[in-house]
Design a protein around this ligand. Structure first.
Ligand SMILES: CC(C)(COP(=O)(O)OP(=O)(O)OC[C@H]1O[C@@H](n2cnc3c(N)ncnc32)[C@H](O)[C@@H]1OP(=O)(O)O)[C@@H](O)C(=O)NCCC(=O)NCCS
Length: 161
């Protein structure tokens, strides 16, 4: 398994979340998506069997700069949500979160990782493309909350074993 405590570029490190991080995770989720989740929803997801929550932070400042909420169920892992604070995007943090999650999922027995991404979310789609996530299904008009027009979801998968 990769060293989750290793410090990457910009002094950013990825580590498993502790309960006290979930407020920062929920705040970043709200700032990043039109479909806003409550702190309670974040806590519920984090408490699911097989849940993995990772946060990105700088050692100099314990603010949550990025997070990934995922889950491993038998041999399949799923990403429920990933976001990086706007001021810290395009520095490789999203990629680091994804690769750290894949490493943990692999160690827990996952064969593949699946996720849903809005068809109009170009940065996220590009991130997933760059790592090798391929479109396996499309869900028409899947995203509606907080949007003027519904947007399709792409279901993407990558085999990690
Ligand atoms: C998607 C998101 C998590 C990416 O995080 P990030 O830390 O900026 O991503 P990275 O810096 O690791 O980018 C890795 C690669 O993804 C692609 N990418 C990321 N942002 C991009 C952008 N705005 N435009 C084009 N490509 C982009 C690039 O290929 C990039 O590699 P490069 O910088 O060497 O070209 C971030 O944009 C975000 O939080 N968006 C809002 C929430 C969201 O949409 N989450 C995804 C829901 S499925």
């Amino acid at each position: 398994m990769m060293d989750l405590e290793a410090t990457g570029p910009d002094g950013v490190r990825i580590r498993p979340a502790v309960p006290a991080d979930l407020i920062g995770v929920a705040e970043l989720q709200v700032a990043s998506f039109t479909d806003r989740w409550s702190l309670e929803s974040v806590r519920q997801l984090a408490g699911l069997s097989g849940a993995i929550v990772l946060v990105a932070e700088r050692s100099s400042n314990p603010t949550v700069l990025g997070y990934l909420i995922g889950q491993v169920v038998t041999d399949e892992a799923e990403i429920h949500s990933i976001a990086v604070a706007e001021a810290f995007r395009r520095r490789g943090i999203g990629c680091q979160l994804l690769l750290a999650f894949e490493g943990m999922a692999l160690a827990l027995g996952a064969v593949s990782v699946v996720l849903e991404v809005a068809a109009d979310d170009a940065p996220a789609k590009q991130l997933y493309e760059s790592i090798g996530y391929q479109i396996v299904a499309r869900r028409p008009d899947y995203y509606r909350i907080g949007r003027a027009e519904p947007v399709d979801a792409e279901v993407r998968r990558r085999f990690i074993r």
